[in-house]
Design a protein around this ligand. Sequence first.
Ligand code: ZN
Length: 202
Amino acid sequence: MFLESKANRNLHKGWIEIICGSMFSGKTEELLRRIKRAQFAKQKIELFKPAIDKRYDETDVVSHDSTAMVSTPVENSGEILLYVNMESVEVVGIDEVQFFDEGIVDVCNQLANAGIRVIAAGLDMDYLGNPFGPMPCLMAVAEYVTKVHAICSRCGDLAQNSHRLVKNEKQVLLGEKDSYEPLCRHCFNEAVRQDKENSGDE
Ligand code: ZN
């Protein structure tokens, strides 16, 4: 669990928190938990998600446990700056941040530099186990990085990989339990080996 630090909050406002992990690791739940606590504190919040992610709802950020909050879908990172009033907004939440262009790093920095608490959640690795889009850079510039884990569907250990169950080589394939399974490093390596064997292109 992430414990918010209160040190010098009034002196130095503005920082970046990244919540990362595999599919089914509870990233969105953790993002919404932090956003709700900011709401209890009566802070002014804006919540964004990439327009690409329309799995459940056009404007809500919905987690797998069906908690929902209204968010603004944006086509690219620059659009976030058009929606955020730097004078009044205190917290900016971004879900599925891995789908944004590289400009998202600069956008998050600009928001944090302007005194805004930025909380962004995203997949740290794609289905091949490679770092996903802008995630490595976001994790580098963030003050706080929280890695959350799913449970390996094969051995019950902590899982950090999202293994794709359907054959498709695009990096972005939106899906649910029928398209991905969370796996630990060892079960993931074994699954990738089996996939190669099955496709016969080893
Ligand atoms: Zn495992």
